[in-house]
Design a protein around this ligand. Structure first.
Ligand code: ADP
Ligand code: ZN
Length: 430
């Protein structure tokens, strides 16, 4: 099923031509209206009319979060403030917030993109979507809210938290679709188990849109089997509308990035140089269809790679692979670069492991992984526990090279998260 079949299946040639035309318009717009970008282009001796091909964009400098913060509150605005109708700030996981403005047209576009995602994964009128992302300054919930209404889906704007009430809503209104963070979905599974509820028997859930933070394929599989539903990966960031930038189709092999609205590049996160096609690196995004606040060559800090092979679903917009992590989340132990997702991937594939874990960094040559294990295992034979612990250590060592300390802890004993999780506790002094 398609929401906008023509644009979703546009031939690559036409899509590139559309991108070039929109890039040209965007550059002209910011050159004229945003001093920050005029200065950046002048500084590089580049004028919007010099644009010949999409590759020419590499002549322009990146926009970083620091640039957005420096422009706070409205330095990068390309319209009069009176033309903006919505303000969002990023949730500020990694520092001070950044303010993003949207015009009426921008919001409509953002909703169109997410409507494509909903319909692409089989959600439509008759479905009931429980929106368990945070409403408010964060883009996650509101963008999904309006998109779902546009498609004709009944939306329950529950926001996160108050898990008992969430369950009541799910049961009373027959929720079929969840929009939720992986951390909260994992916690909810635990909660259901403790309440003696079986999602397949007691709830009407069919699928969940899961994003806002990195999680591994192993976690997806684990959640899918715990709930007996389809989990679709949803990627976005406030600077680029929030959710709906890239989304999995039914094939679940990478996320289609809506290239009529975003131009993507993948670069070496250290040097900023382009990566070869298909190679992993930092995702750089340029808005191609934004009015209030276009952003050029934004450094997302998110690590991914581009899948150029055509997708079986017929959509021509290229896919990106699951985000391997944020460049900023990477930590170093014994000189080895480690992403939290590598640890998560190992843990979630071990049977006996429950839903929650924590990584503690006390020194530069040792890390401790605390992992909750299932009740029956925790209360069971001590030899079994030792075997499990050794198995986890071995598997982690072969994934991350470093041999970690592992502590098996009681289910429910580690901090839980209703939004994005915080799993790495770094106690080292910088
Ligand atoms: P921040 O958390 O940086 O303040 P946002 O709330 O806009 O800002 O979050 C966007 C970020 O969340 C992305 O840049 C990315 O790091 C992460 N993210 C969002 N969706 C996903 C996903 N599906 N997989 C991995 N990471 C994601
Ligand atoms: Zn597809």
């Amino acid at each position: 099923m398609f929401w906008q079949k023509e644009i979703e299946t546009l031939s690559r040639d036409k899509l590139s031509a559309l991108q070039l035309e929109r890039l040209g318009r965007t550059l002209a717009r910011v050159y004229e209206r945003v001093p920050f970008y005029r200065k950046a282009m002048d500084g590089n001796g580049f004028r919007p009319e010099d644009l010949r091909g999409l590759k020419d964009i590499t002549a322009l400098p990146f926009t970083t979060r620091e640039d957005l913060r420096a422009g706070y509150p409205d330095g990068l605005l390309a319209v009069e403030r009176t033309e903006a109708v919505r303000l969002h700030t990023s949730s500020g996981t990694t520092g001070k917030p950044k303010a993003i403005f949207f015009s009426r047209r921008d919001l409509d576009q953002a909703a169109e993109l997410l409507a494509r995602c909903l319909v692409m994964t089989g959600t439509g009128p008759g479905d009931v979507l429980q929106n368990m992302m945070t409403y408010g300054l964060f883009t996650g919930a509101l963008m999904m809210h309006y998109a779902a209404e546009k498609v004709g889906i009944l939306v329950i704007p529950s926001g996160p938290g108050n898990t008992e009430r969430q369950l009541d809503l799910m049961r009373d209104f027959g929720t079929t679709v969840l929009h939720i963070t992986p951390s909260y979905l994992l916690y909810l599974a635990d909660y259901l188990a403790r309440a003696g509820l079986d999602p397949a028997r007691d709830l009407k859930l069919k699928r969940a849109y899961v994003g806002a933070e990195p999680y591994s394929e192993e976690t997806r599989r684990k959640i899918e089997s715990l709930y007996g539903i389809d989990i679709y990966n949803s990627y976005g960031l406030s600077e680029m509308n929030g959710p709906g930038v890239a989304f999995e189709c039914a094939g679940k092999q990478g996320m289609h990035l809506w290239e009529d609205n975003f131009l993507m590049e993948v670069v070496d996160p250290e040097t900023g140089r382009p990566r070869a096609e298909g190679e992993a690196g930092e995702l750089i995004l340029t808005t191609l269809n934004r009015e209030a606040m276009p952003i050029i060559r934004y450094r997302t800090r998110d690590i991914t790679s581009v899948i150029s092979e055509p997708c079986a679903c017929g959509r021509t917009h290229r896919r990106i692979t699951r985000i391997a992590g944020r460049a900023d989340d990477m930590f170093i132990v014994r000189g080895v670069n480690i992403f939290p997702q590598q640890v998560e991937r190992v843990l979630m594939a071990v049977s006996g492991v429950a839903q929650n874990y924590q990584i503690i960094l006390d020194s530069y040559d040792q890390m401790t992984v605390r992992v909750e294990i299932q009740r029956e295992v925790f209360d069971g034979h001590v030899e079994h526990l030792i075997r499990l612990k050794n198995l986890i250590i071995d598997r982690l060592r072969s994934e991350i090279v470093v041999r970690p300390e592992v502590e098996l802890v009681e289910p429910g004993s580690l901090p839980t998260f209703e939004g994005k999780g915080k799993r790495v506790i770094d106690r080292r002094t910088m």
